[in-house]
Design a protein around this ligand. Structure first.
Ligand code: HEC
Length: 110
């Protein structure tokens, strides 16, 4: 029991690796339309860029994170940190953020 605690604790200190899931699929036309209403400046193109960037960058150090496992409110901070780890700029970070939130919405996670 003590050994288990000693093994687990160090991983809990500065955040944890995400629960992983298969890569998220492209958004439906409905989700694109809803996301474009929700965030000014978000388009089918920027959401598709966000999806591509997610697929290209977000399984490099850990598997693709399970988007449904983490609530909306935590994603801005997480992407702030993970975009830096992926050497992405603010525009790319926001494209991924909006894709993530729209995909969560499409998967029924609120
Ligand atoms: C250079 C390596 C690296 C890359 C690239 C990377 N991550 Fe991470 N990620 C980590 C590490 C290390 C952790 C665990 C510790 C931490 O939070 O820093 C983590 C943790 C996470 C978590 C769990 C955070 C929490 O607090 O529960 C999520 C979600 C996540 N990453 C998403 C992403 C997404 C989305 C991308 C693509 C934009 C990405 N990561 C790219 C290294 C990386």
């Amino acid at each position: 029991m003590l050994a288990l605690v000693l093994v687990t604790v160090p991983f809990m200190g500065s955040g944890c690796y995400p629960k992983v899931a298969p890569p998220p699929v492209a958004l439906s036309a409905n989700s694109v339309a809803s996301a474009a209403t929700r965030w000014p400046g978000v388009t089918a193109g920027s959401l598709s860029t966000g999806h591509d960037l997610f697929l290209a960058n977000c399984d490099v150090c850990h598997g693709y994170p399970d988007l449904t496992a983490i609530p909306d409110a935590r994603w801005p901070n997480i992407l702030e940190k993970m975009a830096k780890k992926s050497h992405l700029g603010a525009e790319e970070r926001d494209a991924i953020l909006h894709f993530v939130l729209a995909s969560r919405w499409e998967q029924g996670a609120r």
